[in-house]
Design a protein around this ligand. Structure first.
Ligand SMILES: [Zn+2]
Length: 339
């Protein structure tokens, strides 16, 4: 099957875009206290605004550091301009605000450099950033971080769905995979310099928006029945070890879980309904969209395959072996689901 691009067209989503909430206060009252007495940060300070080509940009922290909202915002300010009224937006920012950007989603384009840029700018799919494979120091920004790019499609993680609304998307130029005569997927390795570029960009984004490790994900994690990208050759472990990006398990914890399993006949022991239910539940608790039923179906296997792309890249056949199960348990222990 010839693969074209790693995501589907999403023109239907455009109609639901209602993300902007312009301020409507018409008087500036610096003596007024903020709604919560604990929140004292910057409520009466003017954020620093700069103008460039007729547009205004914040250059300072407009968030509330007491609410873990301490990132400098460089976003553009988009406001209403109602006839006959003045919208006052720069003098009195609300305490009650946070960032829309909760997730960072990584992709490969499955296209070369030229076609990637063309498709992501001219068609019904897009991403905030495109990391080329040209060996230079450039990263292309295609969509303002404050706006939605159409990169995730139908997607879910933990309690969130349709992650275009809440994510930043990075597309990486990479050819994806070819299928050999036996039906195996053969993935194309990533360039080392390109990965360094991705790491620097990802680190910048997750730091500014305070995106937690559990929300730095592959497209295949949030859409496992449809997507494989960025695939098993994307170096998640290296990003975790060298840049503190995303999730990874502790080796000792994994070994501990592994030592408790009957690795020689794990396949037989784990084939019973109660065991399958337990594994499906764990996948769901980590974040994957999977309904525990006690039996494996084709979509469940794709969820396992997506998990293996990310956390067990040496084996991605969609079958849970002892190692996969030990890794899953080690991850859940380190990153438990929110209560
Ligand atoms: Zn993708």
């Amino acid at each position: 099957m010839r693969k074209t691009l790693c995501f589907i067209g999403l023109s239907a989503i455009i109609v639901s875009c209602t993300t902007q909430k312009p301020a409507t206060k018409t008087t500036y009252k610096p003596q007024q206290k903020p709604a919560t007495t604990q929140s004292v940060t910057k409520t009466t300070e003017k954020p620093h605004i700069v103008k460039d080509h007729g547009m205004e940009f914040y250059k300072e922290n407009i968030g509330d550091i007491t609410k873990n909202d301490n990132t400098i915002s460089y976003g553009s300010i988009v406001s209403a301009k109602p006839a006959g009224y003045k919208v006052v937006k720069t003098h009195f920012p609300a305490v009650a605000q946070n960032f829309r950007q909760k997730y960072l989603i990584l992709h490969y384009t499955a296209l070369d450099d030229d076609k990637s840029a063309m498709v992501l700018t001219q068609q019904s799919v897009s991403s905030h950033y495109l990391v080329n494979n040209l060996g230079n120091n450039e990263i292309y920004q295609l969509v303002d971080e404050n706006k939605r790019a159409y990169h995730a499609g139908v997607s879910a993680w933990r309690n969130d769905k349709m992650l275009n609304d809440t994510s930043i998307g990075i597309e990486i130029v990479n050819s994806g995979f070819k299928t050999d005569a036996s039906g195996n997927k053969i993935f194309v390795p990533f360039d080392e310099k390109q990965i360094e570029k991705v790491a620097a960009l990802a680190k910048d984004i997750i730091t500014r928006y305070n995106i937690p490790p559990t929300n730095v994900l592959a497209h295949s994690d949030i859409a496992p029945t449809r997507k494989q990208d960025p695939g098993p050759l994307f170096p998640w472990k290296k990003l975790y070890n060298e840049y503190q990006i995303g999730m990874w398990y502790d080796e000792a914890t994994k070994q501990n879980f592994l030592s408790q399993l009957a690795t020689t006949n794990f396949a037989t022991e784990s084939a019973v309904n109660t065991y399958i239910f337990k594994i499906q539940t764990a996948l769901n608790q980590l974040g994957y969209e999977i309904m525990p039923t006690g039996t494996w179906d084709a979509n469940n296997k794709k969820v396992v395959e997506a998990f293996q792309y990310h956390f067990r890249p040496e084996k991605y056949d969609g079958i849970v072996d002892a190692e996969t199960w030990a890794i899953l348990q080690a991850l859940l222990q380190k990153y438990p689901p929110a209560k």
